[in-house]
Write a protein that binds this ligand. Structure first.
Ligand code: SAH
Length: 248
């Protein structure tokens, strides 16, 4: 079981697989006023940076589930590196339908809401693991500017304009689900650059190391087109943030 190979190549050197920086995750952890020993569940935990740094800085404990074998292994190494391997656990698996045995104070899905079939379904799934009064975290893109055409939306990597909302509408959609938005931390263009531009050097190095690989043409085509695509579309049109919500 694994995610498509292209992500395991392009994001193999990433610690954070979204437009957040280490500072943004620290800001978010502080904003949530996490108490020591709070249990945190993270569906689509990637390379584990959020759980590992929060375990180090805020003494939380946590469980992450991720379908990438590579990212899950990197998460375990990161936990050891930061001295928090006794506080956080990483499971390699499909997080769809995952419900924690023991209820958690924070249930998160940061940049992987397809796991629950979209934002609403993911909130419903996370709520099953949440203790009363707990906080749900959703990391999700939104339109900074509405794309003038479906072509521009596709250029941003979206299936269509309707895949994402403008920020006020995204915030409003949590209210429609009967949730209060109680905090948010938004990414910025520098964060987007770290997420997207870091893939380019990783692809270039991978191509140098794997010229004969069946996948090399694929990666070559992507490295050729990505920088311009990103600058023309994603960087201009797409925002991204983590929203903390609590049931009303
Ligand atoms: N939350 C992490 C990773 C976000 S990227 C971070 O902030 O860094 C999305 C992640 O979802 C990837 O790590 C990918 O491997 C994982 N993923 C995709 N489909 C999944 C599924 N069905 N179950 C669990 N993880 C999944």
């Amino acid at each position: 079981m694994d995610i498509p190979r292209i992500f395991n190549i392009t994001e193999s050197a990433h610690r954070i697989h979204n437009p957040f920086t280490p500072e943004k995750f620290a800001t978010l952890g502080e904003a949530l006023r996490l108490e020591p020993e709070t249990r945190v569940l993270d569906l689509g935990s990637g390379s584990g940076e959020m759980l590992c740094t929060w375990a180090r800085d805020y003494r939380i404990s946590g469980t992450g589930i991720d379908m990438s074998q590579l990212f899950s292994e990197q998460a375990k190494l990161r936990a050891e590196q930061l001295g928090v391997a006794d506080r956080v656990e990483f499971i390699h698996g499909d997080a769809a339908g995952y419900v924690a045995d023991e209820k958690v104070g924070v249930a998160a899905c940061v940049g992987a809401t397809w796991i629950g079939g979209g934002v609403a379904g993911t909130i419903e799934l996370l709520a099953k693991s949440l203790r009363t009064g707990g906080i749900i975290l959703i990391g999700e893109p939104y339109w900074l500017r509405l794309p003038p055409s479906e072509e521009v939306a596709k250029g941003c990597g979206a299936g269509s304009i309707s895949d994402f909302l403008m920020l006020p509408d995204l915030i409003g959609s949590f209210g429609d689900l009967d949730y209060d938005v109680v905090e948010m931390v938004l990414a910025n263009q520098d964060g987007w650059d770290r997420y997207e531009a870091a893939k380019w050097l990783t692809m270039r190095r991978w191509l140098e190391m794997n010229p004969e690989d069946d996948f090399a043409n694929n990666v070559r085509a992507k490295l050729t087109s990505e920088p311009k695509r990103y600058a023309a579309y994603t960087r201009e049109y797409l925002g991204w943030g983590v929203f903390a919500v609590m049931g009303r």
